[in-house]
Design a protein around this ligand. Structure first.
Ligand code: URA
Length: 235
């Protein structure tokens, strides 16, 4: 087990013996509750998003034309993983490779995300991975508020169907959309936020693509993962 942990930390370019920076065990603070973001939207089938089961939701997303991204996508990227996962990972939007393959986090950032998950003992198959947007914004630009607003009911329904113990949000854009805030990412880390009426605990960390560009921040991401693991365990 020790050797396994060492291997995962090496994948994160972290030395097992390094001391963490900053104060140990930052206290959990009550987070702002993001309110329900929709769910009343209806598709051609008539039922509200909030009433759909997994196959119905998947089918509705696959033919979605609620925003202009439907015109430029190759395909929608619904999400992947265990339908009753304890951990839900939420990113921003599909990139070029995800748009091609129809699966979230399959590029270089996805490889790092897999390593980050393994570092806390989670296989990709046992979590659920989704994005705020189900379609790729051209050139990987940031989602517009209209696009995010149109797409969020799908994520809301995914959260309700999964019933996760924790939502790990990766990156500023996903955090801003899910938590309805524009606070800097650094101020959102190491706190427990909550999502929706079910008050699902939400923990925020850096986006793996950012960590690839800024490997010096990987230590902080590791601290966030350990914090998230404590939250998922109930304390
Ligand atoms: N970045 C994201 O936020 N999501 C993906 O699916 C891929 C890259």
């Amino acid at each position: 087990m020790k050797a396994q942990r060492r291997e995962y930390l090496q994948a994160l370019d972290l030395q097992p013996w390094m001391r963490r920076q900053g104060p140990a065990g930052a206290p959990q603070l009550p987070g702002g509750a993001a309110q329900g973001l929709g769910g009343a939207l209806q598709g051609p089938g008539g039922a509200a998003d909030a009433e759909l089961d997994w196959p119905e939701l998947r089918a509705r997303v696959a033919v979605c034309t609620r925003c202009g991204l439907s015109a430029t996508r190759t395909q929608t990227v619904f999400g992947v993983g265990h339908p009753q996962a304890q951990w839900l990972i939420v990113g921003e939007a599909p990139g070029a490779e995800e748009d091609r393959q129809g699966e979230p986090f399959v590029g270089r950032a996805g490889q790092l995300l897999n390593s980050m998950l393994r570092a806390v003992g989670l296989a990709r198959e046992e979590v659920f991975i989704a994005n705020v947007l189900k379609c790729r914004p051209p050139g990987n630009r940031d989602p517009t508020p209209t696009e995010a607003g149109a797409c969020l009911p799908y994520l809301e329904r995914q959260i309700a169907l999964i019933g996760p113990k924790i939502i790990l949000v990766v990156g500023r854009i996903a955090a801003h959309n899910l938590l309805a805030t524009d606070a800097p990412l650094g101020s959102l880390r190491q706190r427990t936020h909550v999502f929706g009426a079910g008050r699902v605990p939400v923990v925020v960390t850096y986006h793996p693509a950012y960590l690839l560009r800024t490997p010096t921040e990987k230590r902080k991401a590791w601290d966030d993962l350990k914090y998230a693991r404590r939250v998922a365990a109930g304390g």
